[in-house]
Design a protein around this ligand. Sequence first.
Ligand SMILES: *Cc1c(COP(=O)(O)O)cnc(C)c1O
Length: 348
Amino acid sequence: MDFNQLIRPHILKLQPYASARDEYSGKEGTFLDANENPFSSVSGENFNRYPDPYQWEIKNKLSVLKGVSPESIFLGNGSDEPIDLLIKAVCEPLQNNIVIMPPTYGMYKVCADIQQVYVQQAPLSEAFDIDLDNVFDAINSATKMIWICSPNNPSGNLVNRDAIYQILKAFPEKLVIVDEAYIDFADSLSFITELQNFENLVVLQTFSKAWGMAGLRLGVAYCNPFIIKILNKIKYPYNLNILTQQKLVEALEKVAEKNEFVEKINQLRVELASELLKISSVVKIYPSDSNMLLVKFKEAKKLFDYLLSQKVIVRDRSNVVLCEDCLRLSIGTKEENEILLNAIKSSV
Ligand SMILES: *Cc1c(COP(=O)(O)O)cnc(C)c1O
C-alpha cells in the first residue's frame, strides 16, 4: 500500500508538537523541563508529572498478549479517539468518503460528519451480514476507508470472515477497519493475526466491554507502524492520563479474570435468550456473539417506554435500518436480567 497516497498531504508534512517528554525518554533525572509542580499533587498523590505520551509500558505488555510489535499499537481515550483520528488522517473534507455498513456503530458516521467527510452506506443483509454487492456499489474512487464492525453493534453477530478478506484484497489502497470491540465474547480469531498479511488493515479493540474498564477510557488500534506514527503525530500529546495508564498496566496481568467475566456473561446471555423466547411479545432474538441481544418485539416502542417507566433502561433501536421493532439488551447480572424479564412480562 502506498501510504503517501493514503494520508492527507498536509498531515504527511505536519510538524507535530514536540512535548517536553519527547526530548528525553529516560525515567531517571532531574526533570526541570515541563513546568510541573516539583513537590506532589494537592490531592496528596503523585500526579504532578506528565504521563508517558506514548504509553510504552502498556504497549510492551499488550504486545506480548496480542503478538504484535509495540510499534503497531496506538492507545486512545476510548476507541472513539482512533476512529476520529483515522478519519482525520486520511479523508479530505467535502472530497473523500468512508463506507459504512448500517445498522452499525454510530461513531463512524458522527466522526465523518463532524469532519465534513462524506458517508456512503452499504447496508448489511437481513441477517446482518456483509452484502458484498452493496459494498462494491458504495465504493468509488473517492472512498478512502471501509468500516466493518464484527461482532456488529447493534445486531451482536460476527460478520462473514470471508467477505472481510474479499474486501481487504479487492481494495489494497483503501483502509479497511475491523472494529472488534466485542471480539472477546466471540468464538473467533481476531483479525490482529492478519496484520502481517494486509497493510491496509486496521483492527480496533477496547477495554470498555469484556475487560470492564469503560470508565477509564481505553481503546486500541492495531495496524501498520507507518499509520501508527501518523496517529501519534495528530493526537493530543498526553492523551492517556496517568491513572488510566497505571490501572491498565495492572489490568493486563488479569487476563484470567477477563476470561471469567466473558464466560459468565456468555452463559447469562444464553439463559436470557431462552427465557425471552417464552414471552409472547418476543418476535425474534437475533444470534449474538457479544454481550448484547437484539430482540424484535411486537410493539418495541411501547415496551421501551414502559421499561423506562420501570427504570429498566435498554437501547431503543426501532428507528434504525433493518431493526424495526427491535430493542438492544445488554447482558446484565442474573438479578438484573430477572428484573428485565419480569418487567417485559408485566408490560402487557
Ligand atoms: C462500545 C463500542 C466501542 C468502544 O468504545 P470506547 O470508546 O472504547 O468505549 C467501539 N466500537 C463499538 C462497535 C462499540 O460498540
